[in-house]
Design a protein. Structure first.
Length: 118
């Protein structure tokens, strides 16, 4: 049974190219997006990328730019990539930037499990 989304209806920000490119300019945010390409993750799955306060900042920047969606599931916050919406608005931009990263850039330094496994 999928988790119940108890958060209020979300207002999805309109995608603005300058906001998207600004969000993609940071390596940590690109690493977060690379992981989200495969599955949704809870916020704690990214602890290997830095301290909680810095990650909170990066999650907020990604959400503000419209690249990710954050939903609540009980006490957890689940991050989802808005890949299709970004691709529809700016064809090839997200894929090009993320594909330019090396495998080492994308690899987690510890095991990260998708939100469905936690």
């Amino acid at each position: 049974m999928p988790p119940v989304n108890d958060s209020p209806p979300e207002t999805v920000p309109l995608l603005d190219l300058s906001e998207v490119l600004d969000a993609l300019s940071d390596e940590t945010r690109r690493r977060i997006l690379l992981r989200l390409m495969g599955a949704d993750f809870c916020c704690s799955s990214f602890q290997d990328l830095g301290p909680k306060t810095r990650l909170t900042y990066h999650f907020a920047r990604l959400q503000h730019s419209g690249l990710i969606r954050v939903t609540k599931s009980g006490r957890r916050r689940i991050l989802s990539l808005r890949g299709e919406e970004v691709e529809d608005r700016f064809p090839g931009v997200l894929r090009s930037v993320l594909e330019s990263m090396t495998d080492a850039d994308a690899a987690p330094t510890r095991e990260a499990r998708p939100a469905t496994e936690i």
